[in-house]
Design a protein. Structure first.
Length: 342
């Protein structure tokens, strides 16, 4: 046998071995991920976590605002929380949320009518408290450290534009002198758009149609997503190694800051006499490299801070904060709001 033939056989043999190893390895990881997620026992270690997150995020995660018992269409805000109690569960949590016209319930809030010295919390699902109970949100933690009333107006997937609009239409704006804004990287899209009232109404009508079409996911749905993910994993061998771990990503905040400032300026008639504190919370590992620290250079009533969240503050496969993460944020804000002594 010639040397060339031996080399060809050697290369083909090793290629087949590597391919078989890949198929068996990926299939085993994917199967373990599906079993562990369905058993509600996710594993933090990579690369298992990579497959678990794919299955959870793409396949079986429930979205709060897609539950008609929790959210309702609103022609001014597209959708808003439905007053009353709703139950929201996923693999890593099982929670009860209560809402009224003043936002999500904040246990222990003093009944001080129109005191004007309250604290409003704005934001998306992180501020609302996706994954924690009423008494575990950072608004509730903050309430435990102050005698001033705290109002949690956070709503899942709202951008800064709708957050401020909800603050105004709710009437809470007249009850507070301090506003905490939780910013997230996905706020950029909404803040950068110039939506008209007609746009909001059209989107609200579409949202109502989506709510009407909601179907509960059953075993067949899970099996379909499992099959699709297995096929995708096995037919896409060139997965970047970096994607198999939750490595840190750093993003430039400059564009975000521009549109965030523009949005705040549109509401300056309501904000200029308030103290506005802005911080960011993205999914774990997604950090802004140049997020401001301290007072805004153009809007003197606005200041920025970073609560310094770590991996331990997030769920293993869900991108939201645990009760411990909310505690860290709430206690950090409480220190910023302590009375300033001369």
């Amino acid at each position: 046998m010639s040397r060339i033939k031996r080399v060809i056989i050697h290369v083909v043999g090793w290629s087949l071995f590597v391919s078989l190893f890949y198929v068996v390895g990926v299939a085993s990881l994917q199967l373990f991920a599906v079993v562990s997620v369905n058993a509600k026992r996710p594993v933090a270690a990579d690369p298992v976590n990579f497959f678990q997150r794919n299955y959870y995020m793409i396949g079986i995660r429930h979205i709060w605002q897609e539950d008609p018992t929790c959210a309702q269409a609103d022609r001014a805000l597209i959708y808003k929380p439905k007053n009353g109690t709703c139950y929201f569960a996923n693999v890593e949590f099982d929670t009860t949320l209560n809402f009224d016209d003043l936002g999500r319930a904040v246990p222990g809030r003093p009944e001080i009518a129109d005191s004007g010295n309250g604290i409003a919390v704005l934001g998306d699902s992180y501020a609302m408290g996706w994954g924690v109970n009423d008494n575990e949100t950072f608004s509730s933690v903050l309430q435990q450290h102050t005698t001033r009333p705290v109002y949690n107006l956070g709503v899942s997937s709202y951008g800064t534009e709708r957050e401020l609009k909800r603050l105004v239409v709710s009437g809470v704006i007249d009850k507070v002198d301090t506003i905490i804004i939780q910013y997230c990287e996905n706020d950029l899209g909404e803040n950068a758009e110039s939506l008209t009232e007609a746009d909001f109404q059209d989107m609200a009508d579409f949202f109502q149609q989506q709510l009407n079409a909601v179907e509960h996911e059953g075993l067949g749905t899970r099996l379909r997503f499992t099959q699709e993910l297995m096929e995708s994993a096995l037919t896409s061998p060139f997965v970047k190694l970096g994607e198999l771990t939750r490595s840190e990503e750093t993003w430039d905040f400059s564009t975000h800051e521009q549109y965030l400032r523009d949005t705040l300026q549109r509401y300056q008639d309501y904000l200029h006499d308030k103290r506005v504190l802005v911080f960011y919370t993205n999914a774990y590992g997604k950090k802004f490299v140049n997020f401001p620290d301290g007072q805004d250079s153009r809007l003197p009533y606005v200041s920025y801070f970073d609560p310094g969240l770590t991996q331990q503050d997030y769920y293993v496969i869900d991108d939201h904060l645990t009760a411990g993460g909310h505690r860290r944020v709430g206690e950090y804000i409480a220190t910023l709001l302590q009375p300033r002594h001369p």
